[in-house]
Design a protein around this ligand. Structure first.
Ligand code: NAD
Length: 440
């Protein structure tokens, strides 16, 4: 089976995605255009879902919940492993589609995004088999207590454009491993690989209604999910502004929320850093995503742009002149208050700020509203502990970047998020805990 029709453009046909509800592909009444970032041309059409489609998906998920939640963890685990195997079997197709749809390099999609999506399913398929609950004794009262964890119901999952399948599966896998059923809404800008994955559900043995995918925009499809009374929990990854809206809209329903948000992640390079490792990694961490307005603003504020800024259109082939390209850009001489220092620039733009002391760099790093991740480069172990402890950041990488043990919490402080996801944290988020007390 071919998941992604590779010659589509040559045949001059436009791919049309469909929602996946109750184990079936459902055509949509209206569509939105999705663009190929390398050309700026329309490349596929994505369902423009709203209340009606979301309600149908929630209904299907509710119907599937009783049998999925009462299935043994071993049986759920086997189905998830089968889905992982199938994605892996189609790894090249998924990587090509992700690269075309999102604009990341094929190498990145092939070595990071898709393998990690496979691993997300395998990891949670395994971890669900190993959780334990607590038990305490109160001998003076002849009582014992134990905790019980149960799945919650229909989980609403909303993911961003930059790591499409990677982050979607990071949410689907723990949710279904715990026995919930899901309605997921990927980013309208990068929906392709989620739709491709739906084509594998039946073969993997995922029962109809356990995983439902509804495509569409945030304000319409996303908000319909957030406001649906039968969706008691929302796991969201995206911008802080959207999260504020989700908090506001979900408040009347008292939903359980997990919010993984934006960041302004400092890379702190001390004078004793191993520069060979540090420069290679920092170049990757600084220039992996794409936008432009901030550079213009920095120039207006009097900063200096030492490389990049825009792309010389002469170096772009004619068919890609309408694409979204930008050179890696480095800005210096910025004021602390500059929006380039304070706000998230989700692009290949980095601001270089000199410092003299540990105290000074900690103050600068903590002086922004975000607190997602930080990187420290030094050979001094004492300094690593001192600085890591004081940084207001959910993750601190030292002499490395983006190394993840999925057992451990992932998430941010301050405006970077609410809650954590990862082995035990995801298990706790996607289940409800109950304390049972027995007098004996
Ligand atoms: P975004 O907030 O614009 O959109 C994210 C998702 O939310 C999309 O699916 C979108 O359709 C949906 N959405 C938008 N408005 C909505 C609404 N009113 N109600 C419900 N859903 C709505 O973010 P984006 O541009 O897709 O992604 C970039 C952002 O995500 C950046 O801020 C980046 O830092 C953040 N991000 C964070 C992490 C993390 O792990 N903390 C990882 C990746 C990306």
């Amino acid at each position: 089976m071919l998941l992604f029709p590779a010659n589509m453009e040559k045949q001059n046909t436009l791919l049309e995605l469909q929602n996946y509800i109750g184990g079936k592909f459902v055509p949509s009444r209206s569509y939105i255009d999705s663009f190929d970032p390398s050309t700026g041309n329309i490349f596929c059409r994505v369902p423009d879902s709203g209340n009606e489609e979301v309600s149908a998906a929630v209904l299907a998920a509710k119907a599937a919940f009783p049998s999925w939640s009462s299935m043994s963890p071993q049986d759920r685990s086997a189905i998830m492993n089968k889905l992982a195997d199938l994605i892996e079997r189609h790894l090249d197709e998924f990587a090509q589609a992700e690269s075309k749809d999102q604009g990341k390099t094929l190498t990145f999609a092939r070595t990071v995004d898709i393998p990690r999506s496979v691993y997300n399913f395998r990891f949670f398929a395994s971890s669900i088999l190993h959780h334990t609950t607590e038990c305490t004794q109160m001998e003076n009262l002849n009582c014992m207590n134990y905790t019980l964890r149960t799945p919650i119901g229909v989980a609403g999952l909303i993911s961003p454009w930059n790591l499409p399948l990677y982050l979607l599966t990071w949410k689907i896998a723990p949710a279904i491993a715990c026995g919930n059923t899901v309605v997921a809404k990927p980013s309208e800008m990068t929906s392709l690989t989620a739709w491709m994955m739906c084509k594998l559900m039946e073969e993997a043995g995922v029962p109809p209604g356990v995983i439902n995918i509804v495509f569409g925009t945030g304000p319409k499809a996303g908000e319909a999910l957030v406001c649906h009374p039968d969706v008691p929990l929302i796991s969201f990854t995206g911008s802080t502004v959207t999260a504020q809206r989700i908090i506001e809209k979900s408040a009347p329903y008292c939903k359980k929320l997990s919010l993984e948000l934006g960041g302004k992640n400092p890379a702190i390079i001390f004078e004793d850093a191993n520069l060979e490792d540090c420069i290679n990694t920092t170049v990757r961490s600084s220039f992996s995503n794409q936008v432009k307005g901030y550079v213009k603003q920095a120039l207006e504020e009097g900063a200096a742009v030492v490389c990049g800024e825009s792309v010389d259109t002469l170096i772009i082939p004619p068919e890609n002149q309408g694409g979204y390209f930008m050179l890696p850009t480095v800005i210096i001489e910025l004021k602390e208050t500059s929006c380039c220092i304070q706000e998230e620039i989700f692009g290949p733009v980095t601001c270089v700020v000199p410092f003299d002391t540990e105290e000074e760099v900690i103050e600068k790093a903590n002086g922004v509203k975000y607190g997602l991740a930080a990187t420290i480069w030094t050979r001094d172990v004492g300094r690593v502990h001192r600085v890591a402890k004081r940084l207001q950041s959910g993750l601190v990488w030292t002499n490395c970047w983006l190394v993840r043990d999925l057992n451990l919490p992932f998430g941010g402080m301050k405006a970077s998020g609410l809650g954590r996801e990862g082995g035990k944290d995801s298990y706790e988020f996607f289940t409800e805990v109950k304390t049972v007390t027995i007098k004996h």
